[in-house]
Each structure stands twice: as C-alpha cells, then as structure tokens.
Design a protein around this ligand. Structure first.
Ligand code: GLN
Length: 207
C-alpha cells in the first residue's frame, strides 16, 4: 500500500446534488485532502473523483447544464480514477436503459435503476468484498440499482447472496450500488485512495 500522505493526494467529490458532504467527511477522516467540485477548473485540480448517491436523472441533467460531461468522459478515457456510489454508479455505466439522459460511462456494464422495487426500497446486508481485509462489509442500499451485465474485463467486487452484482472495478473506475459514506467503515474509501495515490505516482513518473 502506498502512503497517500506522502503524495498529498487531493480527491474531489462531485457536489452538484446528493450526499457529497458525507463522502468528503469520510475522505478527510481517512487523512486525505477532500474538496467539493462543481466546475471544470475544480475538476482539473484533483487526482480522483467520487460521484455520490442522489438522483442520477438530476445529476445527469446538471452535468450537461454545467458542461462537465465531455470533460469527465475525456478524463476517464485517460485513466483518471472515479468511484461512483449508487446514483454515481449509474452514471459510470456504459448502459443505463432506464435513465432518460446519457451517462458519463466508462465501465462496460449495464445497470438497472431502482432495481429493488418499492417494498424493499432500502435494506442493509453484509457483503463479502474482493480483496477487502477485515471481514464482511455492512452495506446500506437506498433505492439502489443493480448491475445486470458486465463485460468480461470488468472485475466483480461483490455480489448479493443470490448472485446479483453490486460492486465492480474496472481499471481506475469503481462502482458500488450501496452507500459506503453513511457507515463508519472507511475500508472502501481507503481502497479508492490507494487507486488514486497509485495513479498520481504513475503520472508523476511518466516520461
Ligand atoms: N434511485 C436513484 C437513482 O436512480 C439512486 C438512489 C441513490 O443514489 N441512493 O438515481
């Protein structure tokens, strides 16, 4: 593991809508610089980005209105690390058939919005997460999506007991259908900080 403190990693949380404040707090509590980002200049100043939970329709509209869609697509294509949680995961999917706007995309997967219906809109469960030390992860799902299809290169990080996919990683992109920012468990934030730290080090040593 690389030490994020030594590299002065700066992680942005997309702050157009949703629970960005909770993510920023988790990052700060994990010992890195966290900033709320809303503009292209702010996005250019960070080493990685979290797209929080909220409403993917609203966020997609605001991304288009603020002219951030193309910038994010280009940055993702160049390896920039992004972690999408819940609505954020929807925005990172190449295909979200029930979203009325285009996604940012980046992860070759299909995601289904509000996949758990109305009766079980929200639930909590313990998940086994790939390569996460320290036992199961207590995950909170709120009007959550489900990942229904993934390309072979996408690594599956976690499934529900019935086999449905709820977390994936694809190069420097992570997507989780649940809300890690409203627990006290910082392990997934630490995992993303590792991805960002490595990306920053690799970039600074590029010739
Ligand atoms: N249901 C929301 C959507 O479709 C996601 C919910 C969430 O982020 N908690 O965008």
């Amino acid at each position: 593991m690389v030490d994020p403190h030594k590299t002065d990693v700066r992680i942005g949380v997309l702050a157009l809508q949703g629970d960005f404040k909770e993510h920023a707090k988790m990052l700060i509590d994990s010992g890195v610089n966290a900033v709320e980002v809303r503009t292209d200049t702010e996005i250019e100043s960070i080493d990685g980005l979290i797209i929080p939970g909220g409403e993917s329709t609203t966020m997609a509209r605001l991304l288009i209105a603020y002219d951030l869609m193309e910038l994010l697509k280009a940055k993702i294509a160049s390896g920039f690390p992004v972690w999408g949680t819940c609505a954020g995961a929807i925005l990172l999917a190449d295909s979200a058939p029930d979203l009325d706007r285009p996604t940012i995309g980046g992860i070759p997967m299909t995601i289904k919005r509000n996949a758990f219906g109305t009766q079980v809109d929200s639930f909590e469960t313990d998940l086994h997460i790939l390569d996460l030390e320290g036992g199961d992860y207590h995950a909170i799902f709120i009007r959550a999506p489900l990942i229904t299809e993934v390309a072979t290169e996408v690594e599956i990080m976690s499934r529900l007991n019935n086999g449905e996919i709820v977390a994936v990683v694809n190069k420097n992109l992570m997507a989780t259908c649940f809300h890690p920012e409203i627990t006290n468990d910082k392990r997934l934030h630490s995992k993303f900080i590792d991805v960002v730290t490595k990306y920053k080090i690799d970039k600074s040593t590029e010739v």
